[in-house]
Design a protein around this ligand. Sequence first.
Ligand code: GDP
Ligand code: MG
Length: 383
Amino acid sequence: MEYLILIAGLTVLALVVGGVLFLRPGRKPRPPVEPPAPPDATPGGTVTVEEEDQAAPTVERAPPAEAPPKPEIEIPPPSAGRLVRLRARLARSQNAFGRTLLNLLSRDTLDEEAWEEIEDTLIGADIGVSVARQIADDLRTRVQVLGARTPEEVRALLKEELLKQIGPDLDRSLRTERHGNRPAVLLVVGVNGTGKTTTCGKLARVLVGDGRTVLLGAADTFRAAAADQLETWGSRVGAKVVRRDEGADPASVAFEAVKTGIDTKVDTVIVDTAGRLHTKTGLMDELGKVKRVVEKQAEVDEVLLVLDATTGQNGLQQARVFAEVVNVTGIVLTKLDGTAKGGIVVQVQRELGVPVKLVGLGEGPDDLAPFEPEAFVDAILGD
Ligand SMILES: Nc1nc2c(ncn2[C@@H]2O[C@H](COP(=O)(O)OP(=O)(O)O)[C@@H](O)[C@H]2O)c(=O)[nH]1
Ligand SMILES: [Mg+2]
């Protein structure tokens, strides 16, 4: 009985205290999310870009005390260190593969079966059969020299081998700066659904965040929705979009976009193209024409091929076809947040002889990052 009275008493007390706290006048609105976590933050503590976006669209502009009105034009975060900030995404999708390798390599004795498993794990991550064998062979030689291994040694070995295959020294810079009184011109190509339009929009944000002025060209004229999609992206960061009616000639839209870019002296023109191309001849004709027409006014500085990382061999096949048609200068690997097959980075670079320059790590507006081999491998192997 006394016990029940005690519980009742405590409940009342809790309610009173809770009520007072809740009704306290002058309760402050939720403070803005802190600036991006430093590079050494634990994955769990990383501020995801979506959170940042909802609470405070920009780090620079703290919202006013009252309900923050959404600013007309957003100032996205700069590109530097993005992959490090987004590494939690990468870790979530790629970690299993890294951990399996680390566990296998840490075994006291590595027999034939273990080496086969190591090779299979690498192949399973889409790194390619010959590269998988090469990595396994290299590791085998080095492990024999090393003898007993500490976890740190194993991690360092594996990191070095993976980095070697990814090519830490490839030039992954994007040419996005004005030159010779002309804006830089980027063509974004790839099969439908890989993330081209999204990448154009995200890239515009990256560049605006880095202080550039950007113009978008909606040369996917198959559906009006594609131009609408691009316009939504552009309007958020104050980037003008050049578009025409559905069914218009893509090359003439691209031409007009570049012309407008020259006239208005923007830094970068990004041209989105259509991917709904059924035959290689159609692809050749259309993309070839777009590029030729643009080149009447300005050099095409980058042809970015967008590939969906989840499509494996299919994606590689697409890459081959596009590389035959246009001179691809960089690869954008999208949807790496949704696959454990990060090894595709290695395979596609070898296939095309062109570096992965950007990676897509989610559907959020700032989920596009310059590709950094070391941050990538660190995310795969965990800390
Ligand atoms: N998870 C994830 N989804 C993405 C990524 N990039 C694009 N998408 C999604 O892929 C779908 C197709 O994108 P879209 O840009 O319209 O493709 P397009 O047909 O090549 O222009 C959309 O739902 C995007 O949100 C990414 O990096 N991660
Ligand atoms: Mg599109």
